[in-house]
Design a binder for this molecule. Structure first.
Ligand code: G6P
Length: 368
């Protein structure tokens, strides 16, 4: 066990640190020397792509949160409507799926029962099944028409980290491939994305170098019993994942909500010293986010801001700030989730929790 952890106290921490490599591998397996995406046997011709009128993404847990980012980028780049659902809901509500649907199942283990059942349901209805899976030869992989593997390597900790970021890489590649092949993404845009993605492993090493600073924030926060995560656009999807990470390993009651939705109810819970983690990485939405932060500050919230390093203005509104390197808005989830993983890890450790095996949770849920 100790040898497998390679000097880290927990598998989760080891796996957090393996993300630059996992992202690099996942990209590298799919890109040729000119930065063009290789499908290696996956059949997605222009004719096939033109025939699909809808994409359906289905998954559970962290993989579902990756899907939220996938919906955003596939709609943006491939210009096709994307529906997304958790597998346990999808399978019981007669979803509108037919032979013009591209169904994308996302699963680290490839053995989650609900995801597998949803896949079978979609297949019966005639959908094409493309899955994003980490475990080679798993049930989801075997039952899919095509598989886009994540190259995360084995993930042991129950709380998923490197599977999520490598799933995101696959979704970016699928979205780019679809858009480019359909002719709706131009050369320059395509290559800009590829360059940005290739730069992620190094930028992630910069994020990991801030571990000490994040640990100091964890020391201030670990006795809290309630946390709110807020964000807009892609940041709202990452908020759900940050919140899940924290609650599953530290047992702190954490809740994520799209920041613009706060005023429709949740803001009633914000009072003096309530902890709010505010993700503000989207340049396009930065001003909007600052006003959401002001709303909670005005009610006394203690705010941890998360922003790109040039958006220093956030310091005026936050008690503490964590920065990520500059990058295009669309790929921030690959960088912004990592400080949240580290924060969850450090808080759980300070609370003395069993980080790699949290109570009541399983790595792979193979029952209903
Ligand atoms: C369990 C794990 C989660 C995971 C989810 C989906 O609940 O604890 O970390 O995200 O299953 O697992 P999968 O293997 O399908 O990605």
């Amino acid at each position: 066990d100790a040898a497998e952890k390679e000097g880290y106290d927990h598998f989760m921490l080891k796996e957090i640190h393996e993300q630059p490599k996992g992202i690099y591998e996942t990209l590298n397996r799919r890109l040729d020397d000119n930065g063009m995406i290789k499908l290696d046997g996956i059949s997605l011709t222009k004719e096939e792509l033109d025939r699909f009128n809808k994409v359906y993404i289905v998954a559970c847990g962290t993989a579902y949160h990756a899907g939220l980012v996938g919906k955003f980028v596939i709609e943006k780049l491939a210009k096709i409507p994307v529906e997304i659902d958790v597998a346990s809901e999808f399978r019981y509500r007669d979803p509108f799926v037919d032979d013009k649907t591209l169904f994308i199942a996302i699963s680290q283990s490839g053995e989650t029962l609900d995801t597998l059942a949803a896949l079978r349901e979609a297949k019966n209805k005639g959908a094409r099944i493309l899955s994003i899976v980490n475990v080679v030869g798993s049930s989801v992989a075997r039952e899919s028409d095509d598989v886009f593997y994540t190259w995360a390597g084995p993930e042991i900790a129950v709380a998923s980290t490197k599977a999520y970021t490598t799933q995101l890489v696959c979704l970016y590649l699928i979205a780019l491939y679809m858009g480019y092949t359909k002719g709706v993404v131009e050369d320059a845009t395509y290559h800009k994305y590829i360059e940005e993605l290739k730069a992620v492993p190094d930028k992630l090493r910069e994020v990991l170098a801030q571990e000490e600073q994040i640990r100091n924030i964890a020391k201030e926060l670990y006795k809290r019993e309630q946390v709110f995560f807020i964000g807009r656009g892609l940041d709202s999807g990452v908020s759900y994942e940050g919140s899940l990470k924290l609650k599953e390993i530290s047992y702190i009651n954490s809740f994520a909500i799209a920041a613009g939705e706060l005023k429709h109810g949740t803001i009633a819970l914000i009072e003096q010293d309530t902890l709010v983690i505010a993700l503000a990485t989207q340049d396009r939405l930065f001003e909007k986010m600052l006003s959401n932060i002001q709303e909670v500050k005005a009610r006394g919230a203690y705010v941890i801001g998360l922003a790109k390093e040039n958006n220093r203005e956030i310091e005026k509104q936050s008690n503490r700030v964590i920065y990520i390197p500059e990058c295009m808005d669309e790929i921030t989830p690959l960088l912004s989730v990592v400080p949240l993983q580290i924060l969850a890890y450090d808080i759980a450790k300070l609370r003395g929790c069993d980080i790699d095996k949290p109570k009541n949770l399983a790595k792979s849920v193979t029952v209903e």
